[in-house]
Design a protein around this ligand. Structure first.
Ligand SMILES: *Cc1c(COP(=O)(O)O)cnc(C)c1O
Length: 396
């Protein structure tokens, strides 16, 4: 059940489980939804949103995705060196001096301005594939639609540069209710399509046309064009969808677990003065797990936050320390060193689901995904998952 792990010595018994079969399922759903005319480039930003870029990239290869996109050149290189052969597009993430390295690795770059075109052309040794990004209102990277033809022509005029595609990204989806009246996504899609049409009308071929991230993919089918680049959806973060785009999506992040490294019953603490972090009473049993804020755990947890030990609730006791967290084991019969402590996920028939865990942390699900996966070693598991109780589980 427990497969390879990608990082960490695992001597410290704290780990998270990534359900690689859930991620495969999500990729398959998108491939089937789009059909053969639309290419899927999976966005692996943020180390695949905490799920691990290398393993998610391999899953993309197995499931027939067309390519990958990255927000960090180093992450892309790690995937290439791990043997991933799919086409890779880098969002703006590095300087033009990296051109020879990128050509060698078969990676495409992003440009927005004529200055970038000149700089990349200066450093390019062989052929360098270039995507032009269009700024449809995010005011981040991208040429404004008015300038798109000019920048595309500058790319086309350079013998070493090859225009591989044009993409945009509707940042309106990230407003998170900041401007409820603003139907930005629809306008941004239209704006993008017009800019691409103008480039093609100028006689420049645009092989890939892409402006659909997770939320757009599930709400604006006309934005499919001939390629899409969703990210969070593939890792299993939930989104609203229009009826024709509703599918089941499965969470890639399955659990966060540790083991008790100390169990202490408070029977006779003699004259030790009580530090009033929490009410202490005779017979109380405190357990420690090696996990804390230096691993990304919030310093302040919700007062009702709990873990599971032997299938029972063990309240988390404030404060969170740099590499230690206390659990209240009072009443959990037999709790001892080595028992699995489930902060999120299943413990036998009991479980803490992602939403409850995000509530314990007081954070949005996206932050939880990225933090958990980056803070501790990842163990890749496959469904169906034979739940193991803490008593049975011998080694992680
Ligand atoms: C982040 C990003 C995506 C993926 O966005 P999701 O909302 O995670 O699907 C796609 N395209 C670009 C340019 C991005 O920056």
């Amino acid at each position: 059940m427990l497969e390879n792990q990608t990082r960490g010595s695992h001597s410290r018994p704290t780990w998270c489980e990534i359900d690689i079969e859930a991620i495969e399922h999500n990729i398959r759903q998108v491939v089937e939804l789009l059909g053969p005319q639309v290419r899927l480039l999976v966005c692996l930003k943020g180390d695949a949103f905490g799920c691990g870029a290398v393993e998610v990239a391999r899953a993309c290869e197995r499931m027939g995705a067309y390519g990958l996109t990255f927000g960090n050149i180093d992450s892309a290189i790690v995937c290439r060196e791990a043997g991933v052969t799919l086409p890779m597009l880098l969002y703006p993430t590095c300087l033009p001096a990296a051109a020879p390295l990128l050509s060698g690795h078969g990676m495409s770059i992003t440009v927005s301005t004529r200055e970038e075109v000149e700089q990349w052309a200066r450093y390019a040794e062989g052929r360098l594939d270039v995507f032009l990004k269009i700024d449809t209102g995010g005011f981040r990277a991208g040429a404004f639609p008015n300038d798109a033809v000019e920048v595309a022509s500058a790319i086309a005029a350079r013998p070493t540069l090859h225009l591989a595609g044009v993409y945009g990204h509707s940042l309106a989806t990230y407003l998170n209710g900041m401007a409820p009246q603003f139907d930005g996504s629809s306008q941004q899609v239209s704006c993008f399509v017009e800019a691409v049409d103008a480039i093609e009308a100028a006689g420049i071929d645009v092989p890939l046309r892409m402006c659909s991230s997770s939320e757009i993919l599930l709400t604006h089918p006309r934005a499919d064009l001939n390629a899409v680049d969703p990210g969070r959806l593939i890792s299993g973060l939930p989104f609203d969808a229009i009826p024709s785009r509703r599918r089941t999506w499965r969470p890639g992040l399955r659990s966060l677990k540790s083991r008790l490294v100390m169990v202490k019953r408070i029977d006779s603490h003699g004259d030790v003065p009580v530090t009033p972090f929490f009410p202490v009473h005779e017979g109380m049993t405190i357990g420690l797990i090696p996990y804390g804020w230096s691993d990304g755990c919030p310093r302040e947890l919700s007062p009702d936050a709990y873990a599971l030990v032997r299938g029972q609730r063990a309240p988390l006791l404030a404060p969170v320390h740099s590499e230690l967290l206390r659990v209240d084991l009072t009443g959990i019969v037999g709790a001892c060193i080595g028992d699995v402590v489930t902060l999120m996920g299943a413990d036998g028939a009991t479980q803490i689901d992602l939403e409850t865990f995000a509530h314990h942390w007081g954070q949005p699900l996206l932050d939880v995904y990225c933090t958990v996966g980056k803070g501790v070693p990842r163990v890749y598991v496959r469904s169906p998952y034979a739940a193991v109780t803490s008593q049975q589980q011998e080694s992680a």
